[in-house]
Design a protein around this ligand. Structure first.
Ligand SMILES: Nc1ncnc2c1ncn2[C@@H]1O[C@H](COP(=O)(O)OP(=O)(O)OP(=O)(O)O)[C@@H](O)[C@H]1O
Length: 251
């Protein structure tokens, strides 16, 4: 049965999409059957694995709002055993359209149920907010993986995220766990990065992955080529570290 991992942090630009895409691709490279779910209306996970949003027929919006089956929305990618349910800008309306619908928080969980036996990992890339889309992801997930950028104010806003996780645990999904915390975009030349690592480790302790993702130009270039880093530049430092992270997650 698939382990469903939501990649979440309501702070923007902390590396959620980069982590979702590359963790998914590296898990697939390790021989796991992986499914990415893009529930961020920006659709960067979708384009990040080479799916052209203009020719998406069914996206996650149709699954959440129009009762299209999740199976029908799955697309393959260039990486064997890495599939995706894409997002298009249509999804931007879902946050509001979901409000009056029945069982609005559990729509994704219900939709994914039939896919659980078909994958080893289902990775959900959340939008930078704590709205209904993120709540759907946390309700569907077994665990949440939190990327934290090694920058000023790294811990700011985390109490809101943890509070949301606690509320979901209490009311919607008692088995939700914290999968782990991954530190991203470290610039090892600065003391600031080291300080953030210490602070985050003090707070999350053994939940912090050993693998720390450094700033790596190749990681930032790969999405514009529609490729995960292991396809774009398999020898880069970025490919190495995301492979290490995938091994930790799978281990
Ligand atoms: N390790 C890294 N090294 C260099 N650039 C990175 C790295 N990780 C992410 N980036 C770049 O930083 C930007 C933000 O990353 P990303 O899109 O993964 O964040 P996000 O949390 O998903 O953003 P959003 O909140 O908007 O969904 C992107 O341009 C991405 O290419």
């Amino acid at each position: 049965m698939a382990r469903i991992i939501a990649v979440a942090n309501q702070k923007g630009g902390v590396g959620k999409t980069t982590t979702a895409v590359n963790l998914g691709a590296c898990l697939a490279a390790l021989g796991k059957r992986a499914l990415l779910i893009d529930i961020d209306p920006q659709g960067n996970t979708t384009s990040g694995v080479g799916v052209n949003k203009a020719d998406v027929e069914n996206c996650i919006y149709d699954v959440l709002i129009n009762d299209v089956s999740a199976q029908e929305a799955i697309r393959s990618t260039e990486i064997e055993s890495l599939h995706i349910i894409p997002a298009t800008i249509q999804l931007a309306g879902a946050e509001i359209e979901l409000v009056p619908t029945i069982s609005r928080e559990v729509r994704l969980r219900k939709a994914l149920q039939p896919l659980k036996s078909k994958y080893d990992y289902i990775i959900i890339d959340c939008p930078p907010s704590l709205g209904l889309l993120t709540i759907n992801a946390l309700t569907a997930a077994d665990s949440v993986l939190i990327p934290i950028q090694c920058e000023y104010y790294a811990l700011e806003g985390l109490s809101q995220l943890l509070n949301t996780i606690r509320l979901v645990q209490k009311h919607l999904n008692t088995k939700l766990e914290i999968e782990g915390v991954v530190l991203t975009m470290l610039d090892a030349r600065t003391n600031l990065g080291i300080q953030v690592i210490e602070d985050v480790k003090k707070y999350f302790r053994e939940k912090v992955y050993q693998t720390i993702i450094p700033r790596n130009v190749r990681l930032s270039e790969a999405p514009s080529h529609g490729q995960p880093i292991i396809s774009y530049d398999p020898r880069s430092r970025g490919a190495e570290v995301y492979m290490d992270l995938a091994k930790e997650v799978a281990g």
